[in-house]
Write a protein that binds this ligand. Structure first.
Ligand code: HDD
Length: 705
């Protein structure tokens, strides 16, 4: 076999692209010429120690075909750094998407708090907001059925305030003592390592069946809230009662609510499932694209304020995090808005390294005795010590306050500051510039008398596990109730252990007998299992229509995306007219074609495509349209991707604007056009239909429990 030349004279010809001063026997095959494409002025590549690097392609070797040398500090440093590029992912909320923005106060809460972020009108407080799924790992998909984290870091002039909430106003458990059990139960099962990012498995439902306090949150988890259409269309909740503290030392309880400007909207379950294959990054991409387009997501911050005396009159204990305060009971008062307007420069440095902690509150905000909150106050700092590698993570730019900060905390791993002077303790008399505590500006705690008997106790006022679960279920529209029943059937059908399935249905009997029956029927149970014993009677609480989603979907195309299918021979004028009309009312339009290079229109112009048909299923759109020649329509009617495009759009209750050429595809998909299927020439009709989902269609396309 012929071997490459090994003689020095043949092998060591320096590449001509190198300046003559760098040509030497030590360099060969430097691919400097490959790097000329970006243009601009490039700084010299260096090691971490600042040593300039001459060759970033070839490791140091004993001869061109010889072994690599240990001496190669450049190679070793590069590989060593790479080997340590990953840090432990969050045990929960590992998959996250974040953006920068600002919070602007519109109504001062001066009467209730001294916190400047809630009292100074018109000031834009910088924020960094991270949304997340809970159960899945960092590389899991965006659209499983799951609670979404909604964590906001306000960089206030009095230090960082982290409002670390969810898109659901209640939680599964009442006491932080149960959090590790809950998380172990919902994450992949420890012996088999699956399922990923899913609650539909035995361990989760086993835990739930033995923890009746989870039943209210289960109703939310099984509702359409956990399959949001977009991060921009989710509500957010601080969940717990917090306290506000005013200058006179008076305290008021507060609950925080975020409401999206685009309104709240969810997907349908089959769509969420298909999105998992269509686009793993569906939510992340949507947020990225909206911010890049200058279409900045916005939320209104509202508060519910109430006193201890008000709380005494509630038919539940507001310190129990499995309870919400219906807005019909304590109205929401809007106080400000949050706008997310800047995508992070670097995912790892910002989105991954950001560290939220519910204990981060500025003076004027304090905690309630909610036992779940009390446990959280400990957990986040603790987890960050190991996740971010030591006690100095607050110095990482994304975590550092944007106001001045000084203290005597010193040293430790990754210390980035170089404190000056002899004094690293307090009190001291040696230096005039050392930080001192300030009674006037410092954090004050609500002066509250607590003199209970020590014990591992649960208050009796936490014993009612079903009344609000019932209220939530019965407040939903019939269709949303059917979605919940179907979600329960889906999840429990993935549970292999019959007694677990039956135990959950037993709990449902306390929530709503009809719901229990529907789920039992869906599971094929021959008889209804017994309801577990309860210590408290289930109360008939007033219903809260504000908890629905379907009725509250905003009739707008803003924030929504329409796909238009075209192919060779499509009528360009029709496409342009439709696109213009849709964009005029705020929709984003994407062109889909059999080839990503685009379609050669009837008039001979090439219309580039945003997506290729086979890789851009209709699940990623809010409504679809098509403008096809009869020939192409007939051809595509034989194409599974095209037939699925329309069949799924129809099944996901989306409006369809289908030209005559498309009818063959609809026929192939067995679609019988209804009021939500219009002609693309009827632009206004299409816009009206696309602003909502075709809810009336649902019973025709799927059997709900
Ligand atoms: Fe938690 C992360 C929200 C209960 C312990 N939690 C985390 C995040 C959110 C929440 C949004 C992700 C923050 C980010 O984007 O980095 N958690 C909640 C809500 C809860 C809740 C709304 C109940 C009302 N959490 C809770 C309890 C405990 C924790 C009871 C422990 C006792 N949570 C953690 C954690 C995490 C976390 C393990 C994982 C990573 C991290 O904190 O930084 O410490």
């Amino acid at each position: 076999m012929a071997r490459p030349p090994t003689s020095r004279s043949a092998a060591h010809k320096a590449p001509s692209a190198l300046p003559s001063s760098t040509q030497s026997d030590n360099f060969r095959g430097n691919a400097g010429e490959l790097q000329q494409q970006a243009g601009g002025k490039h700084p010299v590549l260096t090691t971490q120690q600042g040593i300039p690097v001459a060759d970033n392609q070839n490791s140091l070797r004993a001869g061109p075909r010889g072994p690599a040398l240990l001496e190669d500090f450049i190679l070793r440093e590069k590989i060593t750094h790479f080997d340590h590029e990953r840090i432990p992912e969050r045990i929960v909320h590992a998959r996250g998407t974040a953006a920068h923005g600002f919070f602007e106060l519109t109504h001062s809460l001066k009467k209730y708090t001294t916190a400047k972020v809630l009292t100074e009108l018109g000031v834009q407080t910088p924020v960094f907001t991270r949304f997340s799924t809970v159960a899945g790992g960092a590389g899991s998909v965006d659209t499983p059925r799951d609670v979404r984290g909604f964590a906001v870091k306000f960089y206030t002039p009095e230090g960082n305030w982290d409002l670390v909430g969810n898109n659901i106003p209640v939680f599964f458990i009442q006491d932080a003592m149960k959090f590790p059990d809950l998380v172990h139960a919902v994450k992949m099962e420890p012996d088999r390592g699956f399922p990923q990012a899913a609650s539909a498995h035995d361990t989760f439902w086993d835990f739930v069946s033995l923890m009746p306090e989870s039943m209210h949150m289960i109703m939310w988890a099984m509702s359409d809230r956990t399959i949001p259409r977009s991060l921009r269309m989710m509500e957010g909740f601080g969940v717990h009662s917090f306290r506000l503290l005013n200058a006179a030392g008076e305290s008021t309880f507060v609950k925080f609510h975020w409401r999206p400007k685009l309104g709240i909207q969810s997907t349908v379950w089959d769509e969420a499932v298909k999105l998992q294959s269509a686009d793993n990054d569906f939510h992340r991409r949507d947020l990225f694209e909206s911010i890049e387009a200058g279409d900045f997501p916005e939320w209104e911050l509202s508060v519910q304020l109430f006193t201890e005396e008000d709380a005494q009159r509630f038919p539940f204990d507001h310190l129990d995090p499995t309870k919400l305060i219906p807005e019909e009971l304590v109205p929401l008062q809007p106080v400000g808005r949050m706008v997310l307007n800047r995508w992070p420069d670097n995912f790892f440095a910002e989105t991954e390294q950001v560290a939220f902690c519910p204990a981060n509150v500025p003076p004027g905000i304090d905690f309630s005795n909610d036992p779940l909150l009390q446990g959280r106050l400990f957990s986040y700092l603790d987890t960050q010590l190991s996740r971010l590698g030591g006690p100095n993570f607050a110095q990482i730019p994304i975590n550092a306050p944007k106001c001045p900060f000084h203290n005597m905390q010193r040293d430790g791993h990754m210390q980035m500051q170089v404190p000056k002077g002899r004094v690293n303790y307090e009190p001291s008399s040696l230096q005039g510039d050392t930080p001192r505590a300030s009674l006037a500006q410092g954090f004050r705690h609500v002066a509250q008398a607590d003199d209970g008997v020590k014990g591992r106790v649960r208050p009796e006022s936490f014993a009612d596990h079903y009344s609000q679960a019932r209220m939530f279920y019965r407040s939903q529209s019939p269709l949303e109730q059917a979605h919940m029943a179907s979600a329960l059937v889906f999840e429990l059908s993935k549970v292999g252990t019959p007694h677990v399935r039956e135990a959950v249905v037993g709990h449902l009997l306390h929530v709503d007998a009809d719901l229990a029956q529907r789920v039992a029927d869906g599971l094929g149970l021959q008889t209804l299992p017994p309801a577990p014993a309860t210590t408290e009677p289930v109360q008939e609480l007033p219903l809260s229509p504000a908890l629905r989603i379907i009725d509250r979907m905003k009739p707008t195309l803003q924030g929504r995306c329409i796909g238009i299918l075209v192919a060779d021979g499509s009528n360009g004028t029709s496409v342009a007219n439709l696109r213009k009309a849709l964009e005029k009312v705020g929709a984003t339009v994407k062109i889909v074609a059999p080839k990503v290079g685009g379609a050669m229109l009837k008039d001979g112009t090439l219309l580039p495509a945003d997506g290729q048909l086979a890789g851009t299923p209709s699940a990623v759109f809010d409504a679809v349209a098509s403008i096809l020649s009869p020939d192409m329509g007939a051809q595509l009617a034989k194409e599974a991707a095209a037939v699925d495009w329309f069949r799924d759009a129809f099944g996901h209750l989306k409006a369809i604007a289908a030209c005559k050429g498309t009818r063959a595809i609809l026929q192939a998909g067995g679609i019988e056009p209804d009021a939500g299927v219009v002609d693309p020439a009827d632009v206004q009709g299409f816009i009206a239909a696309a602003q909502t989902r075709q809810w009336d269609r649902e019973p025709q396309v799927r059997t709900l429990a």
